[in-house]
Design a protein around this ligand. Structure first.
Ligand SMILES: Nc1ncnc2c1ncn2[C@@H]1O[C@H](COP(=O)(O)OP(=O)(O)OP(=O)(O)O)[C@@H](O)[C@H]1O
Ligand SMILES: O=C(O)C1=C[C@@H](O)[C@@H](O)[C@H](O)C1
Ligand SMILES: [Mg+2]
Length: 196
């Protein structure tokens, strides 16, 4: 973070992030930026970056659309629960989850016990602009993917709202600016991130 950003933030608190004490877990809709912001946040904090979607694909040696097509969504969700538990056990870092992960009570509980859940919240149209050109999200392979995204968003907000912290993505904020916002939100959680 630049000196100017530090001075502007945290009401004059000039301390910078130090050691990570708990895993920071990014939750939220597809396209919210969990992977992109999470990766960049990990680089900023010099911490390991983990992504549950990536880990599931690597373990299965198949893509997420292939897993959904061959084994179905319940199988994917089972793998997702196992992977999230394992990653929270094994490593301390930044963990980006898949868009549906925080819907499972088991995941919500273990994430908030062993880490801190950060909801990257973005408006529907911001999400749509980010996902509409990609064919990698099996849940959006419907006749009207915009309507599907809208329904998922409205169904899921009550779950995401249970995250420990919320950071708003307004469509103007760059990935770097989103990282700044997440770091600022973490000033409220010295049990997660040390400040020096
Ligand atoms: N703040 C941002 N500014 C510009 N582009 C962004 C921003 N956040 C994310 N993006 C872009 O939007 C796309 C979707 O982001 P990303 O893959 O990180 O979403 P996700 O939340 O991980 O979605 P999923 O749940 O499907 O894994 C990517 O191309 C990413 O680079
Ligand atoms: O929102 C969801 O349910 C999903 C989001 C992606 O991250 C993947 O986990 C998968 O495509 C399902
Ligand atoms: Mg992702």
């Amino acid at each position: 973070m630049s000196e100017k950003e530090q001075t502007l933030s945290g009401a004059g608190d000039r301390r910078v992030p130090g050691a990570l004490k708990k895993t920071i877990v990014m939750v939220g809709m597809m396209g919210a930026g969990k992977t992109a912001v999470g990766r960049s946040l990990a680089a900023r904090l010099k911490a390991p970056f983990l992504d549950s979607d990536h880990e599931i694909e690597a373990a299965a040696n198949r893509t997420i659309p292939e897993i959904f097509a061959r084994d179905g969504e319940p199988f994917f969700r089972q793998k997702e629960r196992q992977v999230i538990r394992r990653l929270l056990d094994e490593e301390r870092g930044v963990l980006s989850t898949g868009g549906g992960a925080f819907l499972a009570a088991e995941n919500r509980q273990i994430i908030s016990e062993r880490g801190v859940a950060i909801w990257l919240n973005a408006d529907l149209e911001v999400l749509w602009n980010r996902v509409k050109h990609r064919d990698t999200r099996p849940l959006l392979r419907t006749e009207d993917p915009h309507a599907t995204l809208s329904a998922l968003y409205h169904d899921r907000v009550p779950y995401y709202a249970q995250a420990d912290l919320t950071v708003q993505s307004d469509g103007q904020a760059s990935i770097d600016e989103m990282v700044n916002r997440v770091v600022e939100a973490l000033r409220a959680r010295p049990d997660v991130l040390e400040w020096v």
